[in-house]
Write a protein that binds this ligand. Structure first.
Ligand SMILES: Cc1cc2nc3c(=O)[nH]c(=O)nc-3n(C[C@H](O)[C@H](O)[C@H](O)COP(=O)(O)O)c2cc1C
Length: 174
């Protein structure tokens, strides 16, 4: 579970939207990878403006939840291209399908028809990342940690908030 998070955004109609994503560890920074054709991408960026989002992860083995508000910063195209090569073949083909045929999360007639369309999709040779493969670094605005594993039964809840003078730690009522 340490490699996953739930990303929450708000869509154009004001609906909260949440989905599981791989939380990538890029050196000292955390990042999310996605297709620019996806609804979540539009919920995170419009034109060159980047919006804010929230992530949540729960680590069941140690009973700890982390929540954070995050600002976003685009991951360099060269790094995306390099790590895209490590994807299994089907996600690679899908990324090209999103780019050439239909946006991610749009409706298809059936899974069987989709499989057929994917098999006949013309692909570049060599198979490189499409321009729609994107990533965002997560710049933490604040981070909250809730630790349930306390011998006295009182959960331990703290928040670090970024301020001009550095990080400020507060204890919260669990
Ligand atoms: C374990 C798991 C990991 C996932 N990782 C990613 C990911 O790293 N990037 C991604 O775009 N979608 C990932 N997904 C799929 C998303 O949850 C989601 O279904 C998809 O991106 C479409 O989201 P959207 O319609 O809100 O844009 C993952 C799903 C699961 C269950």
């Amino acid at each position: 579970m340490a490699a996953l998070c739930v990303l929450a955004t708000v869509d154009a109609n004001g609906w909260p939207q949440a989905r599981t994503l791989v939380l990538r560890d890029l050196g000292l920074r955390l990042a999310l990878f996605m297709s620019a054709t996806s609804p979540k991408f539009s919920e995170l960026s419009s034109g060159s403006a980047l919006h804010r989002a929230s992530i949540c992860l729960y680590l069941p083995s140690i009973q700890v939840q982390y929540r954070a508000h995050v600002d976003l910063e685009p991951v360099e195209a060269s790094l995306i291209a390099e790590s895209w090569q490590l994807r299994p073949r089907m996600p690679k083909v899908l990324d090209w399908f999103y780019t050439q045929r239909q946006r991610q999360s749009s409706e298809v007639s059936s899974r069987a028809n989709l499989l057929q369309a994917l098999q006949s999709l013309p692909l570049p040779e060599p198979l490189v990342a499409p321009e729609t493969a994107r990533g965002f670094y997560l710049e933490l605005h604040d981070l909250e940690r809730l630790d349930l594993a306390q011998p006295d039964g009182l959960h331990d809840r703290v928040r670090w908030a970024r301020s001009a003078g550095g990080w400020k730690l507060s204890t919260l009522l669990p």
